[in-house]
Ligand binder design. Structure first.
Ligand code: NIG
Ligand code: FE
Length: 412
């Protein structure tokens, strides 16, 4: 097994997050991990590896000297591609305006739409690079990126093309999501149903024709789209075989999570107003609950997502940054993990599962990412820490020793 590996990391503590390994974090002490063709080829305890060691002289060996290895981190909900920023809106909110009021007055998402429509493809890519580098530098190897600030054909497709471009230029996996139903564009004022029609009949087919989106998302909310409108978009997504995410129960309970579950959504996201019926529906369909504590923090929300219910029904919880210019100007998945613990009271193990195995599931990548496991992608991080809980506990220190993407060592 090890003799055919291209490279082997030895004397490592593996936080595998493989559910078949019983201890917390799927911890495997003193292990060797070998890779080939961008995949994890074998993992074994050191004594077993040492028995074979004599005939491995041509393989490259990295002695981690007891370092901890986790899967590469996965940020499964971002709006990384956009132009402009909304610092003034942040200021307005601190002076008393609410997120809903600003949106109803034509600001909020729409102000980012105006800025994004003006930007060309190359500008969208350039603006995203520092955000991407910040995430990569702290151990992120897979990122989901949504459209939703274009809201017309060219601008939406351009956002998705820019997202795909990042994966060509940087060692990172990008999962793309078409969020055409994010807000009503000004051209469709008072004609939301006509806009939804266009999203289903023109926008989704165009994105599919260019293979630009892996999934579809809808903002189901009283300031955005109704459950009936959301359902039409989910039907179209399903007809094209795309994955489904829903921005659900962020500001009110629209029963959008139960709706998402009826369409076997990969994830329902935000969930502060989620009720037990919704939790039950998500458990039945295997829909991941993606928690976005940064949006909760920046909007100074007080209503907490129902973590205890999610635990009781064993709904997998993911944690993401929601990086966006309005509700979550945060390019740190590590800080989002810390917020998930301190604000939502996740345990460090739950927070880490939320950026590894469960985040992979939220992107439909559960068979290839998010765990250290033979046959899975060789995306992993070698950390200079003793215990995985440190990753959720400490903020502002970056203990990365090595970032490995598809088997290749890469520093952001
Ligand atoms: O995930 N909730 C809707 N969408 C984003 C915010 C978008 C914005 O304000 O620009 C979110 O919070
Ligand atoms: Fe979002």
């Amino acid at each position: 097994m090890f003799e055919t590996c291209e490279k082997i990391w030895i004397n490592a503590q593996l936080a595998s997050f493989d559910p078949t390994h019983a201890p917390a974090y799927g911890l495997l002490p003193r292990h060797a991990l070998g890779i080939k063709h961008g995949l994890i080829q074998c993992m074994a305890p050191m004594p077993m590896f040492e028995k074979e060691h004599s005939n491995l002289n041509s393989t490259e060996i990295v002695d981690t000297q007891g370092a901890l290895i986790t899967p590469g981190l996965i940020d499964c909900h971002t709006h990384l591609i956009h132009a402009g920023n909304r610092a003034q809106e942040f200021e307005q909110r601190l002076l008393g305006a609410s997120y809903e009021q600003i949106a109803q007055q034509g600001g909020g998402i729409l102000s980012t739409v105006y800025a994004t429509r003006k930007a060309c493809f190359e500008q969208l890519v350039e603006l995203a690079i520092p955000r991407l580098k910040a995430l990569m530098a702290e151990g992120v190897t897979t990122i989901e990126i949504k459209s939703g600030y274009g809201l017309d054909l060219d601008s939406e497709l351009n956002m998705l093309r820019a997202a795909r471009e990042l994966a060509k230029r940087f060692p990172v996996r990008i999962s793309t999501t078409l969020l055409g139903a994010h807000a009503l564009p000004p051209e469709y004022k008072n004609r939301a149903d006509a806009y939804i029609d266009w999203v289903c009949k023109a926008l989704i087919p165009a994105a599919v024709a260019e293979k630009l989106s892996d999934a579809v998302d809808v903002f189901c909310e009283h300031i955005a789209f109704s459950p009936a409108q959301t359902e039409r978009v989910l039907q179209a997504a399903q007809a094209y075989g795309l994955g489904i995410h829903v921005h659900a129960e962020q500001l009110s309970n629209q029963h959008a999570s139960a709706l998402a579950a009826r369409y076997q959504a990969w994830s329902a996201d935000h969930l502060e107003w989620l009720d037990e019926e919704g939790v039950h529906a998500m458990a039945e369909s295997g829909t991941v609950a993606t928690l976005l504590p940064a949006a909760f923090y920046f909007l100074r929300e007080t209503k907490l997502p129902p973590i205890e219910l999610l635990r009781r029904y064993q709904v997998p919880m993911a944690v993401a940054t929601d990086f966006n210019p309005g509700t979550a100007p945060l390019a740190s998945l590590r800080l989002a993990m810390s917020m998930a613990c301190t604000l939502f009271r996740l345990t460090p193990e739950e927070a880490l599962l939320g950026v590894t195995r469960h985040a992979a599931q939220a992107l439909g990548l559960q068979d290839q990412n998010g765990q250290l496991r033979e046959g899975f992608a060789a995306d992993f991080i070698v950390w200079d820490i003793q215990h995985p809980a440190e990753l959720a506990y400490q903020v502002g220190i970056n203990p990365i020793k090595q970032r490995v993407f598809a088997g290749a060592i890469s520093h952001a």
